[in-house]
Design a protein around this ligand. Structure first.
Ligand code: ATP
Length: 246
């Protein structure tokens, strides 16, 4: 079981409306502190927008975003208690691995000895020891995402948002990376929201699942239930399996 998190935070989207041209989205959903939640849905259903509203890269037309009970609707992304990992371009190309991780401690890279110890621990934890001085272009795609996760560890924020972070990696490596996210979650107990197109990622993660259609959450609950024979109909249609997949 996940230890009771000290710093985890509930995420609440309270009647959050958001529009892109003719795409009207409405999110009214609570994600429990310390949970791990997969977000699935067809392309264009609003998964990235949901994360961007939590992170503050998009502002609601109406409604409120609360994190840990605090209303963050008007806060810029940098002030929110959130880390985010994208599919790519998480790193600064001209900075070394350890500098990229160090940014999670100090945006100006003014690092104390204690920060350096934390950075070195995070690099060891994510399997990057010995690669500290490399530039991002000298790493594989999987290693670059490990650097992004090491930065999450040193930032130590109560919410971690992942937007298809391993979509460009092959299946075996993706499994390893999902396991690393789960290990980070087990260690820190932050609230993790993981957008994925891959059913096997969601199954591996377990926890809860939000399923989106046309800018709304149309089903939510335990991930295991989604993949069972009584999974929500909309999800079964999306999977095209009529229910449980192998
Ligand atoms: N910057 C934008 N300007 C206009 N429309 C946008 C913009 N970004 C997204 N949209 C539209 O908003 C809707 C939701 O997009 P979003 O990226 O959140 O979906 P998604 O579920 O993450 O898709 P994918 O799985 O393809 O990444 C889509 O209809 C998309 O075309």
């Amino acid at each position: 079981m996940i230890p009771q998190p000290k710093g985890a935070a509930d995420i609440v989207l309270d009647d959050v409306a958001f529009t892109y041209e003719d795409m009207h989205m409405l999110f009214d959903v609570t994600m429990k502190a310390g949970g791990i939640i997969s977000v699935m849905g067809a392309s264009g259903s609003g998964k990235s927008t949901l994360l961007n509203l939590i992170a503050g890269f998009e502002r609601p037309d109406s409604g409120r975003v609360l994190i840990g009970g605090a209303d963050v609707t008007d806060m810029p992304p940098s002030a929110r208690p959130v880390s985010m990992v994208f599919q790519e371009n998480n790193l600064f190309a001209h900075l070394t691995v350890e500098q990229n991780v160090g940014l999670g401690r100090s945006p100006a890279l003014r690092l104390t000895d204690a920060d350096r110890v934390e950075i070195s621990d995070a690099l060891a934890r994510t399997g990057l020891a010995g690669k500290e001085k490399r530039l991002p272009r000298e790493l594989s795609g999987g290693e670059r995402q490990r650097v992004a996760l090491a930065r999450v560890l040193v930032r130590d924020r109560p919410v971690l948002l992942l937007d298809e972070p391993f979509a460009s990696l092959g299946p075996g490596l993706r499994e390893d990376m999902v396991d690393l996210v789960m290990a980070v979650h087990a260690e820190r107990g932050m609230t993790v929201v993981f957008v994925t197109h891959q059913p096997e990622d969601a199954r591996r993660i377990g926890g809860n699942l939000l399923f989106l259609e046309h800018g709304r959450v149309v089903a939510e609950g335990k991930t295991a239930t989604f993949f069972g024979k009584d999974g929500p109909e909309a999800f079964q249609r999306y999977m095209g399996t009529g229910g449980a997949s192998a």
